[in-house]
Write a protein that binds this ligand. Structure first.
Ligand code: SAH
Length: 410
């Protein structure tokens, strides 16, 4: 029978007896934990030598002696010689020191679990009798993949710990375009502060008692002012909650994520940012538009349609070697087009507007600078939409003409 215990080895003496491939495989685990490691072996394999040098580990370049284990909490013996390993195990038994015996796993006092980590959770697999490392590793991998997807109940049940805020970029909409880390942070969250855009579907998969606060913004409408959102994040974290601030796209692209991070830092709240797929790149891509393309566009200029048109935006609009991508730009379209014309952009420069990219309602309107205002009005183009101006927006840039059938534009 085996009892699985969690031992913290940080700062504690671990003696590795042996310097071969098993030692090389196992040492990183003890290194990760910050154990005080001593290696005892007449010779080292290249892998162990590298670890010893890189981490300045103590190495006794000689055969093992009973005195070597005196200060150890844990001994791992992997000399390749079962008799030596058995002798080390016997010394440990006498001294009541935990010992992993690589040549006789089934009978050693201690077995290392096949481990996986997710946030601050550690899950380990060991066998009760005998050893079956392959089975343990496969089980561990299966659990790891469930943990990674956020499909297991990772949320802390015991409150009172320190609160924190994670800004999570949700990508353009579909749940499977959210990062694996974002998914896990959502599974750990006590409260989710969400926008209108982004992967709202994942919210319905959260446990029923996870609080969801919608502070959704639309261009021109700000249901919850930004400074109130900042205060809310700080207040929730101060209550000891794990807060996920779920944002559409990437938190740092027109998402005011910088202000939220600054507010948390100013209040002394631990805060981190998980990137997301920004609509700048992913929404054009959903319509088959690469924002850069060899021979067509060497760079991308990104602009906010709600703001003033900067000189750099005007320069980009006039430059046929770069792509201009405008977010929040539907209302500003006439102004944008007028500015592009007066900056010298030709009437036939391709323009594409992609509404609700990566959703079932995705629609692409393709036109040219000269005609886009009328075409967009006729089509009834609405936010959220990404406007792409430049040669990459030309229909058929990548696809043969017949493949464009079904594209609502043209
Ligand atoms: N942080 C976000 C952008 C926020 S500003 C990001 O990185 O994507 C909001 C604007 O993003 C919208 O007005 C629209 O221009 C664009 N947008 C976001 N998601 C979109 C989608 N699925 N389809 C079209 N446009 C989208």
């Amino acid at each position: 029978m085996t009892t699985l215990v969690g031992i913290s080895l940080t700062g504690r003496r671990v003696v590795m007896v042996g310097g071969g491939s098993v030692a090389a495989r196992r040492l990183p685990r003890f290194l990760d934990e910050g154990a005080d490691i001593v290696v005892v072996a007449p010779e080292l394999s290249d892998g162990v030598r590298e670890l010893v040098e890189r981490h300045a580990l103590s190495w006794m370049p000689r055969p093992v002696r009973a005195a070597d284990i005196t200060d150890a909490w844990l001994v791992h013996t992997a000399t390749g010689d079962p008799r030596v390993d058995a002798r080390v195990a016997a010394w440990c038994e006498r001294r009541r020191t935990l010992c992993v015996n690589a040549s006789d796993g089934a009978h050693s006092t201690t077995r290392l679990a096949a481990e996986t980590r997710s946030g601050d959770v550690v899950v380990g697999v060991v066998s009760d009798t005998g050893v079956d490392p392959r089975r343990a590793a496969r089980l561990r991998d299966a659990v790891a993949s469930l943990l990674r997807d956020g499909r297991l109940p990772l949320r802390r049940r015991r409150t009172g710990g320190a609160g924190r805020v994670d800004l999570v970029g949700g990508g353009p909409g579909p749940a499977d375009l959210l990062t694996v880390r974002g998914r896990r942070l959502l599974a750990e969250a006590d409260v989710v502060v969400a926008d209108r855009l982004g992967p709202t579907d994942v919210l319905s998969e959260l446990e029923p008692d996870v609080e969801v606060i919608d502070v959704g913004k639309r261009p021109g409408h700000h249901p919850v002012p930004q400074d109130e959102i900042n205060d809310l994040l700080v207040d929730l974290a101060r209550q000891g909650k794990r807060v996920v601030r779920l944002k559409g796209g990437d938190p740092f692209v027109y998402g005011r994520g910088g202000e939220e991070v600054a507010a948390c830092l100013a209040a002394g709240i631990p805060v981190d940012v998980t990137p997301g797929l920004t609509s700048v790149v992913s929404v054009p891509q959903a319509a088959g538009i690469p924002v850069t393309h060899r021979g067509t566009s060497v760079g991308v200029h990104v602009a906010n349609g709600q703001g003033e048109l900067s000189p750099s935006t005007l320069a980009a609009l006039a430059d046929d070697s770069v792509t201009t991508v405008v977010l929040m730009g539907v209302a500003a379209l006439p102004r944008l087009v007028a500015a592009a014309r007066s900056a010298g952009a030709p009437e036939d420069r391709p323009v594409a507007i992609i509404e609700r990219g990566h959703t079932p309602e995705q629609r692409t309107t393709r036109s040219t600078l000269g005609r886009i205002v009328a075409d967009a009005a006729a089509a009834g183009v609405r936010n959220p939409a990404v406007i792409v101006i430049g040669d990459v927006a030309r229909a058929g840039l990548l696809l043969p003409a017949h493949a464009l059938a079904g594209d609502a534009s043209r």
